[in-house]
Design a binder for this molecule. Structure first.
Ligand SMILES: [Zn+2]
Length: 115
């Protein structure tokens, strides 16, 4: 899709990820999926929410595993392993908080993570 600007970005189909071509206010991919602009916005939002929920599930598993490994490392692991696992645990918790803030669409919470 072009807008006559070199900075325009490609918009992909939310159903098959192929590039969308615009024709007026309609969008269509090579596979034949078609959307009006409002439909496309709604589908993109739904896709983003679904992907973020998958990320949340993955991060929750990473945090649970990291917590288990940190407990084991506190018992009999080398300090370097404990530091590494605790860092992974902190990173996972921070990323999870960011993603949850995005899912909840809480601008104040999200602002805390902006650089
Ligand atoms: Zn498509």
């Amino acid at each position: 899709m072009t807008h006559g600007s070199p900075s325009s970005r490609t918009v992909n189909c939310p159903l098959c990820r192929r590039e969308l071509r615009s024709a007026g206010q309609a969008y269509r991919c090579a596979k034949g999926h078609g959307f009006s602009a409002p439909e496309l916005l709604a589908e993109q939002s739904t896709l983003a929410s679904r992907l973020l929920r998958g990320v949340v599930g993955s991060l929750e598993s990473t945090i649970a595993l990291s917590a288990d490994l940190a407990s084991a490392a506190q018992e009999d692991g080398p300090p370097s392993l404990l530091r590494s696992v605790e860092r992974e645990l902190d990173d996972g918790k921070r990323t999870l908080a960011f993603v949850r803030a995005r899912l909840l669409d809480d601008p104040d919470e999200l602002d805390a993570y902006r650089i």
